[in-house]
Design a binder for this molecule. Structure first.
Ligand code: ATP
Ligand code: MG
Length: 404
């Protein structure tokens, strides 16, 4: 069992203008399952490869159990890695594939057999030990690849999108299996994915990366409820958070203007005291799709939407519509100017509302959507950093909120 510390880890590839990994400092605790998540090309695999020793660092250090290993060869580090495109040896049986690393280390044969059988048992692979990989399903092959890495009981286990080759259903069951495996062994694990659902369900903690820079590290709940910036807010949660540029005005009550409409916003300062210093200034409002509902006669904040798309998902529907003017909260035109704390992909002209199943929803038919402003997030319009907000007081169990 081991803790891994990354200290100012930086990687610039020859010819690369911006660093692929930019001053990343992070501690992965002993026995922790940490998920490294971020869009394609943000530096996830490069970080794993530097931890494993497969890639030199340009600057900074990798420290395992208090020992600086930055200059150690990969095999001295006692780390196992399962790659994005794992490959099994086709001419070897499952048992031989799994025992390969131990044979290289010249362990005694009975010992190898024992460790292979142990691991195969844990992964439900006992009955396949004498088969060749081509006689296995995708999920079984994936289990063998993990078994091969785990069999030598490494200090640290690195997984780079190990489930990306599997179909959706198999991914879900392998996810559960991975979680169980980790419960059992408690090997310090770093798991890379670009899939935020995978990150939310697997990680003890999640580290979010964008363009080589660490954005935030926290539990899945912390990242969802208290994103540090617009990038994290837009990345965690599906469908993504909706953004718009708004202005708050002092008064009783405080009001918010969005696309020419003015909404009362009575309790906004209680939720976000810092907003008192920003009246009259453009700020970015963030609303998750679940903060919308079909408006009733008494709804305080309503937007008129013409659905451009309606996606029926069982008992809820996703309604896509053109964002109110100021939606998308676009930064300046050049994508190179977008701050790292802003998710370029979220600078969208479309908003998504998640509403309960409703027969009247149809493409092109106008609908009135109520905004639950108590669920609003706010961000600085220039740099994308979150303006802190307080979570609502939890409602005591068994006590009805009505009439209070
Ligand atoms: N050997 C290399 N030489 C030059 N540039 C590289 C090299 N390896 C990676 N890069 C660049 O470094 C950046 C980070 O790459 P990396 O593979 O770490 O991304 P990633 O987050 O794993 O992406 P994905 O989700 O697509 O696997 C990318 O811009 C990539 O093009
Ligand atoms: Mg990668």
């Amino acid at each position: 069992m081991s803790a891994v510390r990354l200290e100012h880890l930086t990687k610039t590839f020859p010819g690369g203008a911006a660093p692929a990994v930019d001053d990343v400092s992070l501690t992965i605790r002993d026995g922790e399952f940490l998920v490294l998540v971020g869009p394609s090309g943000c530096g996830k695999s490069t970080i794993l490869r530097m931890i494993a020793g497969l890639e030199d660092t340009t600057f900074g250090d990798v420290v395992i159990d208090g020992q600086k290993v930055t200059d150690w060869a990969p095999k001295q580090r006692d780390i196992a890695m399962v790659f994005q495109n794992y490959a099994l040896y086709p001419h070897m049986t499952v048992a031989e594939n799994m025992g390969f690393a131990l044979r290289l280390r010249r362990r005694p044969k009975p010992r190898i057999r024992e460790q292979v059988e142990d691991t195969a048992h844990l992964l439900g692979l006992e009955e396949y030990l004498e088969r060749k990989p081509k006689a296995l399903s995708g999920g079984q092959r994936q289990r063998v690849a993990m078994g091969r890495a785990l069999v030598r009981r490494p200090r640290v286990f690195l997984l780079d999108e190990p489930l990306s080759n599997l179909d959706a259903k198999l991914r879900v069951s392998m996810r559960a299996e991975l979680a169980r495996l980790h419960q059992r062994y408690r090997v310090t694990t770093v798991y890379v994915t670009h899939d935020q659902v995978e990150a939310m369900t697997l990680g003890d903690r999640i580290a979010v990366l964008n363009r080589g820079r660490l954005q935030q590290v926290g539990t899945p709940e912390e990242l969802y409820l208290a994103p540090a910036n617009r990038f994290v807010a837009g990345f965690m949660g599906s469908p993504s958070m909706n953004f718009a540029t708004v202005v708050l005005h002092d008064g009783d009550p405080v009001t918010m203007s969005l696309d020419g409409a003015v909404f009362p916003f009575p309790d906004v300062l209680r939720r976000c005291p810092d907003l008192a210093g920003r009246f009259g200034e453009e700020i970015v409002l963030g609303l998750r799709p679940a903060a919308f509902s079909l408006a009733g006669p008494d709804s305080a904040a309503v937007v008129e939407a013409v659905p451009l798309g309606v996606e029926a998902l069982g008992d809820e529907k996703h309604v896509l519509f053109e964002a109110p003017h100021g939606g998308g909260a676009a930064t300046s035109g050049d994508p190179g100017d977008v701050p790292v704390a802003v998710d370029e992909s979220s600078v969208s002209r479309l908003w998504t509302a998640k509403v309960q199943q409703h027969a009247g929803l149809a493409i092109g038919r106008p609908v009135r959507l109520a905004l639950d402003l108590s669920a609003a997030y706010f961000f600085d319009a220039a740099d994308g950093y979150a303006i802190p907000r307080r979570e609502p007081e939890p409602v005591a169990a068994g006590v009805s909120g009505a009439g209070g």
